[in-house]
Design a protein around this ligand. Structure first.
Ligand SMILES: [Zn+2]
Length: 443
């Protein structure tokens, strides 16, 4: 039988009341009332049977848990795992592909690569590698596009079950503007989805996500089928792409001249819900942002990918006027890094290009507890309140000679988070724990 274990290090997490609006910008603007985070330098996290039992001062441990086993992570930060809300599990083989924007990049790199997922052995190898990489980057939960074929998607769920990850995914769906071997009929897709939902949705820590690639890759009949699935299974998630690229938007407009805008195409088919994650949303109109507000749909901002494909600059301040359900994704595939540090860094730089200073706490929140809230998983993950699932990372802020040097000049948690997000990488992840079990241990 497993005994409770104490992890000794600095503890950082957001309180359950934290929102983008009430997060402090820096230590000068801080009062006791508006401290929406907990940071304890000499802290301890106690985990029992996969759940958080206690997070507090190390000095309290002896009295509260006499004789408990202690794992030493002194000089490191213990914090809830990262949540990546947009990624393609099947694109590891084509990251860093030269020279194309979205539509050409799909034709020249993505579709040929995704064809290899018809082979089970190759799918297993690729997906296992992908998940190992994800965990070594400190990401414990993700919203992910899975393989198109049923067998490969089933393998992906099986691998996620083995790792006991809290994860949202589903088979990617398309039947247009793509190679014939990747176009499954509406009926085949419907049957595949139903089988996967029956086998995996709400099983272990897994949620099924209805995943039409985007409006240009799906016929109206296919989007209608996706809407019907959602009606049959209201607690399933939906993920798709929206307003990523100007040529894409023009093509959607041509295809659906009678609908108000791109968002309206998804809404028309019943796909714009408070459990829908829309990737990118760079070129959204005010009317579309108003629709986000009305439906409660979630934005996944993917600055790494947007910069790589030259898609455009997401305007955080403008979107925030309508919705605070703004989360962050790597968009692994077009995004060239699985580290949320890299995403957070580019989010800052993109905002600077829009003349908006994005505060450290706000960014970190969007990649952790804020994403948990948007995904309606905040009763389970994203913070260290007792009873929550113990998904956490151990970050070494001194992982490189330069970081060690730079950290000596750091005076508070705001600055510490900022330098981690600006200079950090996979090297800073010392360990990743999933449901209280060590899933990755670095050197
Ligand atoms: Zn994507």
């Amino acid at each position: 039988m497993n005994e409770p274990i104490a992890y000794h290090g600095a503890i950082f997490y957001f309180k359950e009341t934290a929102t983008i609006a009430n997060l402090p910008i820096n230590k000068d603007k801080l009062s006791d009332q508006d401290t929406q985070y907990v940071y304890i330098e000499d802290g301890v996290l106690v985990v029992d049977a996969g759940k958080i039992k206690f997070a507090g001062n190390f000095s309290e441990l002896k009295n509260k848990f006499p004789g408990i086993k202690v794992v030493d992570y002194k000089n490191k930060i213990i914090t809830p795992g990262f949540i990546d809300t947009h990624q393609h599990a099947t694109q590891s083989a084509i990251v860093a592909a030269y020279g194309d924007k979205l539509l050409e990049w799909l034709d020249n790199y993505v579709f040929p690569s995704e064809s290899s997922y018809s082979d089970k052995a190759s799918a297993t190898k690729d997906l296992t590698f992908f998940l190992d990489q994800l965990v070594s980057n400190g990401t414990t939960t993700a919203v992910s596009y899975g393989p198109l074929f049923y067998e490969a998607s089933d393998i992906f769920f099986e691998e996620l079950k083995k790792r006991n990850m809290r994860f949202i995914t589903g088979n990617i769906i398309m039947d247009e503007n793509s190679p014939a071997n990747l176009q499954l009929t509406t009926q085949v897709n419907y049957d595949n989805c139903q089988k996967l939902i029956a086998k995996w949705h709400n099983k272990n820590r897994l949620s099924y996500c209805i995943s039409p690639r985007f409006a240009l890759a799906c016929s109206g009949a296919m989007l209608e089928m996706c809407g019907a699935l959602k009606k049959e299974h209201p607690d399933c998630y939906i993920q798709t792409h929206l307003d990523e690229n100007l040529n894409e938007i023009a093509a959607v407009k041509k295809l659906y001249p009678k609908l108000k805008n791109y968002f309206d195409v998804y809404d028309h088919y019943g796909l714009a819900t408070d459990r829908t994650i829309f990737g990118h949303c760079i070129h959204t109109t005010d009317a579309e942002l108003e629709a986000f507000k009305k439906t409660g749909a979630i934005i996944s901002w993917c600055p790494l990918s947007n910069n790589f494909l030259g898609s455009g600059l997401f305007n955080f301040a403008r979107a925030l006027k309508y919705t605070d359900k703004i989360t962050l994704g790597t968009d692994w595939g077009a995004g060239n890094c699985l580290s949320m540090f890299a995403v957070l860094d580019d989010a800052y730089k993109v905002s600077m290009l829009n003349s908006v200073k994005l505060p450290s706490m706000v960014r970190w929140y969007m990649a952790t507890y804020g994403a948990a809230r948007a995904l309606q998983l905040h009763d389970k993950i994203g913070t260290f309140k007792p009873g929550k699932e113990a998904d956490f990372v151990v970050i070494d802020p001194n992982a490189t000679p330069y970081l060690k040097y730079r950290r000596e000049k750091v005076s508070d948690i705001f600055e510490l988070l900022f330098i981690l997000m600006t200079l950090g990488s996979e090297e800073n992840i010392k360990a990743t724990y999933i449901y209280g079990e060590c899933a990755y241990l670095g050197d």
